[in-house]
Design a binder for this molecule. Structure first.
Ligand code: XMP
Length: 517
């Protein structure tokens, strides 16, 4: 891909993806590329409308790469963020000083010398995370912003469309960070907006166009990614798309309802494969989380393989492609700045159908591979999918299999299903569903003493877990209203047989993961 007007050269900052997201939210198409790829593109004579040099963990004192190929382009708008600004400073004859104390965390900075940026007040709080800084301005640059302790925070070239920022405008902690980025895109680089839901959808469909006659198989979970991927592909290839929904018996009541609704209200060709017994048989005696995941993953593949054979033998249908809802973060996670361009990791290691394409000789179809989750949601709405469907919480492929700690039995699965049902009924009834990113109940294999009626009970524990997150990589526990927690607890202990105690997990990630197994 290089059809995007902004290229963001990744120097390895943990925030590079955020620059991409923010620029797209502002309406400008962008993509992340490696230094190597940038060099190749420039050599071939390709140029973006604007280039962003990201931050990075290294120091300009350790980088002897020659960046003339970038800075020699006189008309090319360039934004250097943090490390990117220091490269710019060094190249244009400024002095970069190795930091001793560094400036990490919040810093107050202010606009200077009569400079203005739309929507940006004279003084803002921003997020710094670097110790090197520019101590003498590069030639022909103006000082635009300075921190309270006198550090160069923003610079602009007097004639060329270039800007450098010592802080990270892309992170949430930087007040007016988006306005500052917009100042670069709109006023310095003078870009035209080119990114909205219609544009995204057309691009995603382009990845499907050309294979209209092929048979495509989709491991359909009904979650946001598989639903949007399926719906947009269906608009291109119609009923050559076959969505298989595997009922492994480890689903929640809400998942069964959801699939029935999708079958009724969409025009997707969805087949529910009931293989509960097969899964239970393969999980018997397994209590270690990895063993359970492996057994579930393997059974998934067996089920699909059988299904594909069945279609070959009885309907003479040969599948050529596997449709996957792989997103941009999965693709770029594997890119490292100075090396080979990243290849798609294509299937997350914990994805249920990992290994399927090789085994069955299927090609991958990944129409969402350049998009972020928020964009997939927007696109889902553009496709006419209901708001609730595209704003569903994530649900892991192994389902309740990793929420019943230890060995799975029908009774224990039912305990999680019933407690989950209560939790979600209450989330909806109290209008709290969208106040949390993911919500779940876990059955802990711990017996505790309780009193039920007049007697002593010695039963197990349900743990409630609700977290806020943007991508599942990090998370904080959600501070839910006490009255709500109290009601859920009282309903679970009253209505779910075998449960005497309910606890609320107040661990963030890290150190705790979201799931318990
Ligand atoms: P953790 O527990 O790793 O979860 O903090 C992060 C996100 O990933 C989901 N998750 C999974 N999804 N297969 C999946 O498809 C899995 O094996 C799996 N394990 C965790 C989890 O629900 C959360 O959204």
């Amino acid at each position: 891909m290089s059809a995007r007007q902004i290229w963001i050269v990744d120097f390895g900052s943990q925030y590079t993806q955020l620059i991409t997201r923010k620029s797209r939210e502002l309406g400008y198409s962008s993509e992340i590329i490696t230094v190597k790829k940038a060099r190749e593109f420039f050599k071939e004579g390709k140029r973006p409308n604007a280039l962003v040099l990201s931050g990075g963990p290294q120091s300009v004192f350790e980088d002897d790469t020659n960046y003339d190929f970038v800075f020699d382009n006189k008309d090319l708008p360039i934004l250097g963020v943090c490390y990117g600004m220091q490269l710019m400073g060094k190249y244009f004859g400024g002095v970069v000083e190795k930091g001793t104390i560094g400036e990490y965390g919040h810093a107050k900075i202010h606009l200077l010398n009569g400079f203005k940026m739309d929507g940006v007040p004279d003084e803002v709080n921003v997020w710094m995370s670097h110790s090197d800084h520019i101590s003498k301005l590069p030639k022909d640059f103006d000082l635009v912003m300075e921190s309270a302790n006198g550090l160069v925070s923003a610079i602009e070239h007097k004639e060329r469309p270039m800007m450098g920022l010592q802080f990270h405008p892309e992170v949430e902690h930087s007040e007016h960070g988006k306005d500052i980025l917009n100042h670069f895109f709109k006023d310095v680089a003078k870009l035209e907006k080119d990114w909205d839901a219609t544009e995204m959808l057309e691009e995603a469909k382009d990845l499907v166009r050309g294979i209209e006659k092929s048979k495509v198989l989709c491991a359909f979970s009904g979650g946001v990614d598989s639903l949007v991927a399926a719906q947009l592909s269906h608009e291109v290839i119609g009923d050559n798309l076959y969505c298989f929904f595997v009922d492994h018996g480890l689903l929640r009541p809400q998942d069964y309802n959801h699939i029935e609704i999708l079958k009724e209200k969409t025009n997707l060709n969805i087949e529910v494969i009931d293989v509960k017994d097969e899964f239970m048989a393969n999980l018997k005696g397994k209590s270690d989380p990895e063993d359970k995941r492996k057994a579930i993953g393997k059974t998934f593949i067996d089920v699909f393989e059988k299904k594909v054979k069945e279609y070959q033998d009885s309907h003479d249908i040969n599948f050529e492609y596997l449709l996957q809802g792989t997103l941009y973060p999965d693709v770029i996670e594997s890119i490292s700045p100075h090396e080979e361009d990243g290849k798609s990791v294509t299937i997350k290691s914990h994805h249920n159908v990992g290994g399927l394409p090789e085994r069955m000789n299927l090609k991958l179809l990944e129409p969402l591979r350049y998009l972020f989750k928020d964009e997939v949601r927007k696109m889902g709405e553009e496709l006419g999918l209901e708001h609730g469907w595209v704003h569903r919480h994530p649900f892991p492929g192994p389902g309740i299999g990793i929420r019943v700690l230890g060995e799975l039995t029908e009774t224990r699965i039912a305990q999680v299903q019933q407690s989950d049902q209560i939790l979600f009924e209450e989330l909806h009834a109290n209008n709290l569903y969208q106040s949390t990113w993911q919500a779940l109940t876990v059955l802990l294999p711990v017996k505790t003493v309780g009193v039920k009626g007049d007697g002593r009970a010695y039963e197990e524990v349900i743990c409630l877990r609700m977290v806020n997150s943007s991508d599942g990589m990090t998370a904080t526990w959600t501070d839910m209203p006490h009255a709500f927690l109290s009601r859920v607890s009282s309903r679970i202990t009253n209505e779910v047989k075998g449960i005497t105690r309910v606890v609320y997990d107040i661990t963030s990630k890290p150190p705790g993961t979201i799931e318990w197994e």
